[in-house]
Design a protein around this ligand. Structure first.
Ligand SMILES: [Zn+2]
Length: 338
């Protein structure tokens, strides 16, 4: 099994001293995020997509208890990728973060067309970008809780719809005004990832400010490596999912090893995309500690070195979440108020 770490970046970018990560409790230096899960959900409501009670996470106290286990397992931060249409709750995320002692980086934008609010069709692209910029620079949904990443924004299968294209362009323009990374959702393990990247690149988002989610679940790595060659962050974040077409973690482990062997270590981030009650430890599920407790030992047992683990769980997420020169972005923000 390949274990070579052929592009280790040990040190944080020197600019990280002035490049904060924006958490729900305020900005922190990138070097303070610690061990970070790339794509999770603490509170979410997927009812309109699934008609399943399992897909509603609405218990703040339970979220705090579940995070305690993550913290015990070494967790420092996580990205809550809950965006518009999924029941994002900024004030609750701040309460959970403060009670659990885990830093939370909140998402912005809109998830998938099936759950877009009506105003996505009523505002133009720049008007939608304004809303995302406000979330990042001032606070979301009438609070002073700021988003720290744009996403997850997603596409369905086969093609990108006109409304989704508008949201992607708005996200790209909001990136250009804030520096925040754009995190996408792919349906069925990377479908339309190349089209998503092309669309964001057309709007001048650099590849290192794009993160593609839900990758690494296919047995064939051809498409995965193709995405890696684009220079974007590769989020392997269905770790611990089983059944319904998901592969065992061993497949993800092999794919991560393959990415490392092919020179893409600096782009890999890891997560568990918890979004259902049955994923929580209290319901017998994997819990937020699954990646550090189960998946990392699997990587280690297969020859992945500690330096590479550090890179994927601490250094890469810190670079992904850095908002370059936050104060400058704030000063240059010009809202088109309605
Ligand atoms: Zn997703």
């Amino acid at each position: 099994m390949a274990g070579a770490s052929n592009c280790i970046i040990w040190k944080f970018d020197t600019r990280s001293r002035i490049m904060p990560i924006v958490t729900v409790t305020g900005p922190i230096p990138a070097s303070q995020a610690g061990y970070t899960l790339s794509h999770e959900h603490l509170l979410i409501d997927l009812w309109n997509l699934t008609r399943s009670y399992d897909a509603i996470l609405d218990d703040e106290c339970l979220a705090i208890r579940e995070l305690a286990e993550y913290r015990l397992a070494g967790g420092g931060s996580l990205v809550d990728a809950t965006s518009g249409g999924l029941g994002r709750n900024p004030a609750a995320l701040r309460r959970i973060s403060e009670a659990a002692g885990v830093r939370i980086i909140m998402g912005a934008g809109w998830y998938r067309e099936r759950v877009y609010p009506a105003y996505v069709y009523e505002r133009d692209t720049n008007g939608l970008a304004d809303l995302i910029v406000t979330d990042i620079m001032r606070g979301a949904d009438g609070t002073d809780v700021r988003a720290g990443i744009i996403g997850e924004i997603g596409t369905e299968r086969k093609y990108i719809t006109p409304a989704e294209e508008r949201v992607f362009r708005a996200a790209a323009r909001a990136h250009r005004r804030t520096g925040a990374c754009v995190m996408t959702h792919t349906t069925h393990f990377g479908e339309l990832a190349m089209e998503q990247i092309a669309l964001l690149r057309e709007e001048n988002v650099p590849p290192n400010r794009i993160a593609i989610s839900h990758l690494g679940d296919r047995h064939d790595t051809k498409e995965l490596l193709r995405i890696g060659r684009e220079g974007v962050f590769v989020s392997v974040d269905n770790i611990g999912y089983v059944g319904n077409g998901y592969p065992p973690d061993e497949v993800r482990m092999r794919n991560v090893s393959h990415l490392i062997a092919e020179g893409f270590l600096a782009q890999v981030v890891l997560g568990g995309d918890i979004c259902q009650k049955s994923h929580l430890a209290a319901y017998g599920g994997k819990g937020y500690a699954h990646v550090p407790r189960c998946f990392l030992p699997l990587l280690r047992a297969n020859g992945i070195r500690e330096e590479a683990i550090f890179q994927m769980t601490i250094a890469n997420p810190a670079r992904m979440l850095d908002i370059p020169d936050d104060s400058h972005a704030e000063a240059s923000t010009s809202m088109s108020q309605e």
